[in-house]
Design a protein around this ligand. Structure first.
Ligand SMILES: Nc1ncnc2c1ncn2[C@@H]1O[C@H](COP(=O)(O)OP(=O)(O)OP(=O)(O)O)[C@@H](O)[C@H]1O
Ligand SMILES: [Zn+2]
Length: 462
């Protein structure tokens, strides 16, 4: 079976065939940078990071663009509330999101465009829409006329009579179902010039302009959280197609992270922040917890489920480390099992993929116990290859978090070497040397924990 993805637009599983052979392009709606991220906020970033890694096994050139919405009502309101300039507020929270993505091992996107840097592209898009009779200006605002576009509602499966944009009432709208492309300048708010007057962009327009600026008029996959299907993605698709672009060929949406059955959200106050969780568990453990469930299933946050993920990740980690201790360096280019490939090809079935990884870990542990070093090593190499797809390869994990440089890998090699020396010292009952080695690591900010499966090390700032 080849890769099949659930496409929201057709409400069906479709074989993924890229537009241009050998390449795949993904646009993910990024954060509106108005506050500090909670775990719900990063679910889509993680989910599309896994998709990108999986696609990269097949396609030579995988491009992922994840935007930053750095101008928005909420940003202006929050900044004003705190007496800070809006651009400083946006940038501070852009960095908070960036830190969260990086600490959870997301590969840097191919590009992360900011809305405020793409007003030119937005004006061009609006001009095309006005010229084709799909948009009109009224009192400095610019609106998209939904009745001018017969396909409107197709993505979210809504009939035109049922459409409510959720926008505040506006006098200039010809039809209450029309949506805002551009908002007229208000005193004291930032604005940019356009042929229809100064103002600032509406959210939907931003994404269409940025997606097509970097991925072209037609690209492969557009993704985000399920709440974005309507109105955001419906409106993105409508304005881009009405302007003559093909826009996205597949639409993918991930489900919520909930707490006590409710969507985790700032306004409900039921959020768990990423820095708070990272004081309790290590970053790859949190990543394992968030990418383990299928992306279209809700994750109901619970301490027990988090604890289970931590133990499951540690089972993989201690197996790979035991093999390293027993046989020396373990490569990361082992094969994928057929079942792993089948699970990933079935709409990114991460639960099946993880089950397969654990099966391989069990086989590897049995081989270790039987003294079959070659068998254990083969299992560890394939476990590394498969976990890398989910971004949770215990040995390379740190390596993928920043720029992919070998710094952390080099550190890992050195620490493993010191730990091997320490194991040797202990076997020889030279406890003074063993303790000295451990203290030496501690001085360098590396904590060592002895577990039944051997020593585990962590950087104290992780
Ligand atoms: N609990 C969640 N699970 C999955 N995705 C989420 C969750 N919360 C937010 N997102 C994603 O992040 C995007 C931005 O979230 P948003 O700023 O609305 O956060 P929020 O915490 O819901 O805040 P508010 O309560 O103020 O709306 C959402 O559109 C959604 O795609
Ligand atoms: Zn978007």
């Amino acid at each position: 079976m080849s890769l099949h993805l659930y496409d929201t637009a057709s409400r069906s599983m479709r074989e993924f065939v890229p537009q241009v052979s050998g390449t795949a392009s993904i646009y993910v709606c990024g954060a509106t940078v108005q506050g500090v991220p909670h775990i719900g906020h990063v679910r889509s970033g993680l989910n599309f990071d896994v998709l990108r890694r999986w696609l990269a096994r097949t396609y030579e050139d995988v491009r992922l663009v994840r935007n930053v919405t750095d101008i928005d009502d909420k940003i202006l309101a929050k900044a004003a509330e705190h007496g800070r300039p809006w651009w400083e507020w946006a940038y501070a929270h852009e960095r908070a999101f960036e830190d969260a993505y990086t600490s959870l091992g997301c590969l840097p996107p191919s590009y992360a465009p900011r809305a405020t840097g793409h007003v030119t592209q937005m004006v061009e898009l609006m001009q095309r829409l006005v010229d084709r009779g799909h948009a009109y200006a009224a009192q400095g605002d610019v609106y998209f006329s939904v009745t001018s576009f017969p396909e409107y509602g197709a993505l979210s499966g809504q009939r035109l009579e049922e459409v409510h944009q959720g926008e505040s009432a506006a006098q200039g709208k010809r039809d209450p179902r029309d949506f805002t492309l551009w908002k007229a300048a208000k005193p004291g708010e930032p604005s940019w010039p356009t042929p229809w007057g100064a103002g600032r962009p509406g959210w939907h327009l931003e994404c269409s302009a940025m997606a097509t600026a970097y991925l072209g008029g037609t690209f492969d996959i557009h993704g985000g959280g399920i709440d974005l299907i309507f109105p955001h993605h419906e409106n993105e698709q409508a304005q881009s197609r009405a302007a003559g672009d093909g826009f996205s060929r597949y639409w993918m949406h991930n489900a919520w992270v909930t707490l006590s059955g409710e969507k985790m959200s700032k306004s409900l106050g039921n959020t768990v922040s990423i820095p708070t969780l990272l004081e309790q568990v290590r970053a790859p453990e949190l990543r394992y917890y968030l990418v383990g469930p299928h992306y279209r299933s809700t994750i109901e946050f619970s301490q027990e489920a988090l604890d289970e993920s931590v133990s499951a990740y540690r089972r993989i980690e201690s197996f790979v480390r035991r093999v390293v201790e027993r046989t020396g360096a373990v490569g990361d280019d082992g094969g994928f099992s057929a079942q792993f490939v089948a699970s990933m090809d079935d709409d990114m079935g991460t639960p099946g993929a993880l089950a397969e990884i654990h099966k391989r870990v069990r086989e590897g542990n049995t081989a270790l116990e039987a003294g079959n070093d070659l068998g254990a090593r083969a299992a560890a190499e394939s476990v590394r290859a498969m976990t890398a797809v989910l971004g949770v390869d215990p040995l390379r994990w740190h390596d993928t978090s920043a720029d992919g440089s070998g710094g952390r890998q080099a550190l890992a090699t050195l620490v493993e070497h010191v730990l091997e020396e320490r194991v040797k010292a202990r076997k020889e009952k030279d406890f003074a040397r063993a303790d000295a080695l451990r203290d030496h690591l501690l001085q360098a900010g590396i904590a060592v924990e002895d577990t039944p499966d051997g020593p585990l090390w962590t950087l104290k700032d992780d």
